[in-house]
Design a protein around this ligand. Structure first.
Ligand code: GLN
Length: 378
């Protein structure tokens, strides 16, 4: 075959998780929890199955779930999305991202992404025939240089992809970023794809800035989120996209031929679970405790902590330990020390290596303790 993605291998998440299993390492690489999903949520899904939610859900998603999302978004961000025309349930965040890109990107359209970037953005752009314009961000603060963004923008720029809280760097957008972005897209036909799957994983009392809450941005944005991260159920693969009706109607044209509809009982169970807002309002506290615990543990190692404002990832620099490439060092860590991590160079299209590793701290305290015990020896 004439490959659509000649450069693509297997994603780093699959590679590292498989290696962790093979050598029996503690897996802090791929982002998923090692503790149980809420028994209450599981029971709600069970009940949905027992009461007959086992046939196709509506193409755009189970209506009560869309209604709950509409209520939640209005309450948290003061933005109303019509559940009938502006919200679609997807098979996880990744499918929503892919579909949104397929919806608007035509051959030779340019898309600006910020690297390190989650690894599904660039391939989806390329399959659509688009051109990836990557702006590389640098540690320790990974700030977006908006003057550089401005220089990249031209008449072919079709979309800007944002991700806050950010995977893998754990940074978040601030009001000045929103203001700069608003100024750049004003009077231009640029769409925004906003990956907000970590919206509830935000720490130190900071507020999440959703594209939903700024009318000038909302009108051009696909806002993507998911239930896997907040509800500790990454294997369920249920997420959603919110966008103005004119964009959503095009999104659904593709969605219906890609997945048609998402599994029904999970949607019904999640819709019930969402009615209790503490299920998401308690998340910053829950994860901040883990972040603080893990950071404290890492202080007794030779790794150097980078800031973590959101997401469930903690990045570190390791210059005090070695000058190896991050991918080589990650291999050594999993094989010789029994801890699997993600080398952040995997998130740069050109493989830029700032000697940074990413750990996932969505783990039981015992797992974090065991990992730190091993990392102290490095
Ligand atoms: N979002 C998770 C991570 O960054 C896992 C994604 C995946 O495995 N596709 O680790």
């Amino acid at each position: 075959v004439n490959s659509k993605l000649p450069q693509a291998g297997t994603t780093i998440f699959t590679v590292m998780s498989a290696l962790a299993n093979e050598v029996g390492a503690i897996n802090l690489s791929q982002g998923f929890p090692d503790y149980d999903t809420s028994p209450e949520l599981i029971e709600l899904v069970n009940q949905a199955m027992k009461s007959g939610f086992n046939q196709y859900a509506p193409m755009a998603g189970y209506m009560p779930l869309r209604e709950e999302l509409s209520r939640k978004t209005e309450k948290l961000y003061g933005a109303y999305y019509n559940p009938d025309t502006e919200i679609t349930i997807t098979a996880g965040g990744t499918q929503a991202l892919y579909t949104a890109i397929a919806t608007v990107i035509n051959p030779n359209d340019e898309v600006i992404i910020f690297e390190p970037a989650f690894d599904c953005y660039a391939p989806a752009i390329k399959v659509a025939g688009g051109i990836v314009k990557a702006l590389e961000l640098e540690p320790p603060d990974y700030r977006i240089r908006w003057d550089m963004v401005k220089r990249l923008v031209n008449s072919r720029t079709k979309m800007i992809i944002l991700n806050s809280p950010h995977n893998p760097t754990a940074t978040i957008l601030h009001q000045e970023d929103i203001d700069a972005l608003t100024a750049i897209v004003k009077n231009r036909d640029i769409f925004i794809l906003s990956d907000e799957v970590y919206e509830h994983l935000i720490y130190d009392g900071e507020a999440h800035h959703s594209m939903a809450q700024y009318p000038e941005l909302r009108e051009r944005s696909f806002v993507i989120a998911s239930f896997g991260k907040p509800f500790h159920a990454t294997g369920w693969k249920v997420g959603y996209c919110m966008a103005p009706a004119v964009l959503m109607s095009e999104f659904r044209k593709i969605h219906q031929f890609l997945v048609f509809a998402v599994n029904a009982p999970m949607q019904a169970g999640i819709a019930e679970y969402l009615k209790n807002e503490s299920h998401y309002l308690e998340l910053p506290g829950f994860f901040q405790q883990k972040r603080d615990y893990f950071r404290k543990g890492l202080e007794s190692t030779r790794f150097e902590l980078l800031p973590c404002a959101g997401s469930y990832f903690q990045s570190v620099k390791y210059e005090r330990i070695t000058d190896e490439k991050d991918a080589d060092f990650a291999m050594r860590l999993v094989k010789d020390f029994g801890v699997a991590v993600i080398p952040v160079s995997a998130f740069y299209g050109r493989g830029t290596d700032h000697h940074v590793l990413r750990f996932c701290f969505a783990k039981r305290q015992e797992t974090l303790d065991n990992a730190v015990e091993r990392l102290i020896k490095v």
